[in-house]
Every structure is written in structure tokens, then in C-alpha cells.
Design a protein around this ligand. Structure first.
Ligand SMILES: Cc1cc2nc3c(=O)[nH]c(=O)nc-3n(C[C@H](O)[C@H](O)[C@H](O)COP(=O)(O)O)c2cc1C
Length: 200
């Protein structure tokens, strides 16, 4: 699918076909593309939980104020940030490069994140944001649809996915076969309200 077509036809789907299943090969292919999304210093601080188990999807739906998408979608992906990624064997983030480059990145990561929970959190949100859009566009390429979601009880979802202490849930994305198209777009703001040339 043409990239512009994928961007234009991606919509937040509310009704998914509950009989549609994704194979483990399809999920693997999707995730192999998702991890090509950019992260600062290539730190890959995202962690993804791919949920296909119906009981768990039902629990997630309940945590999502009974929204139907996690229950009926083929796959729920919970996008999390690992707040300690910056210090977990960081040399491997540049393993294809020289040791000098690896050490340089390790020092930069330490400088930026060691004393700043805010930087760690911001980075998790940035990384998951990019990965989220990749999930949704790759889903279109696979003939599937998606719905990004934050309408859930954080603690309940954390409990369901057994979230580690040093991780943050950023959002979840449901992927599946649309049963109904999305309604009319809410309406985009005019370009001149959101885009500025050279400065505000
Ligand atoms: C961070 C985020 C959280 C969202 N949470 C929900 C949600 O909990 N339930 C839902 O039905 N849609 C949710 N949406 C979908 C938005 O309502 C939707 O993307 C927006 O209205 C624009 O519509 P479109 O994606 O079809 O273009 C969410 C979208 C984003 C980006």
C-alpha cells in the first residue's frame, strides 16, 4: 500500500470482527517492522505486550471501561516504556558500530537520563508514539485496522499485564479486521492554525 494511502485510510476503528484471528507469523512480521521505528540514541526503550488470549483481552476491555475494541480486536498491543533502558547494557544499542561509538552513546545516555526521571518518562512517551504510528500504518499494509487507546484504568491494566515497577504504560493499540468503517472524521484544524513558518 502507498504510504500516503495508509496515512489517509488509517482510522480509529470502534467495531472489530471478533472472529478474525492473526497468525503468530503475522504478529511477528508486524512487530519486526515496529522495532524499526526510531528511538533517541537507538535506546529501544519501548516494551510491547502482544495479547491474543481471549480471557486477557476480555479483562483489558473491562479495564478500558467496557470498550469493545480490546475484546473484539485480533490483537491488543500494550506499549510500555522501560525507564531503565538507558542503563541496561547500553553498549548493545550500537553493537554494529565501533566500541568507541558504543562508549560515547553510553556516556550520553547516562548524562541525559541518570538524574532525570522526567527525561526518562518523556523519552518513553516519544518512543512509544513513533512505534504506535508504525503499528497502525503497518496494520494497514497488512489489510488490517487499528484503534489507539488510553481510555483505561492504569492500575488495572498494569495489574493485568504484570507491569514491572520501572516500566510505564504509554498506550495500547488494538489491531484487527474492521467490522464497520469509522464514522466521519471529527474535522482537522486548518493548517494555518497548527503549522508555522520558521517561528511562531
Ligand atoms: C492517545 C490516544 C488515545 C485514544 N484513546 C481512545 C480510546 O480510549 N477509545 C477510543 O475509542 N478511541 C481512542 N482514541 C482514538 C481517537 O479518538 C481518534 O484517533 C481521533 O478521534 C481521530 O480519529 P481517527 O483516528 O479516526 O482519525 C485515542 C487516540 C489517541 C491518539
Amino acid at each position: 500500500m502507498d504510504t500516503f494511502d495508509a496515512i489517509k485510510t488509517r482510522r480509529a476503528i470502534k467495531k472489530f470482527d471478533s472472529s478474525h484471528k492473526m497468525s503468530s507469523e503475522e504478529i511477528k512480521s508486524l512487530m519486526e517492522h515496529v522495532i524499526l521505528s526510531p528511538t533517541s540514541y537507538n535506546q529501544q526503550n519501548w516494551r510491547f505486550i502482544t495479547v491474543t488470549d481471549q480471557d486477557i483481552k476480555n479483562k483489558i476491555s473491562k479495564a478500558a471501561r467496557d470498550q469493545a475494541q480490546p475484546r473484539d480486536g485480533s490483537l491488543v498491543i500494550v506499549l510500555c516504556g522501560n525507564m531503565n533502558a538507558w542503563k541496561e547494557e547500553p553498549l548493545r544499542y550500537w553493537k554494529n558500530n565501533t566500541l568507541e561509538k558504543q562508549e560515547l552513546v553510553k556516556n550520553s545516555l547516562s548524562k541525559k537520563y541518570a538524574d532525570s526521571p522526567q527525561n526518562r518518562r518523556d523519552e518513553a512517551i516519544r518512543s512509544c508514539g513513533f512505534a504506535g504510528q508504525t503499528i497502525m500504518l503497518a496494520a494497514k499494509q497488512m489489510g488490517l485496522d487499528s484503534c489507539p487507546m488510553v481510555g483505561f484504568d492504569y492500575d488495572e491494566l498494569a495489574d493485568i499485564v504484570k507491569l514491572p515497577e520501572d516500566h510505564l504504560i504509554v498506550l495500547m493499540i488494538v489491531v484487527g479486521k474492521a467490522l464497520e468503517p469509522a464514522g466521519e472524521r471529527g474535522g482537522q484544524l486548518p493548517l494555518n492554525e497548527v503549522v508555522f513558518e520558521n517561528h511562531f
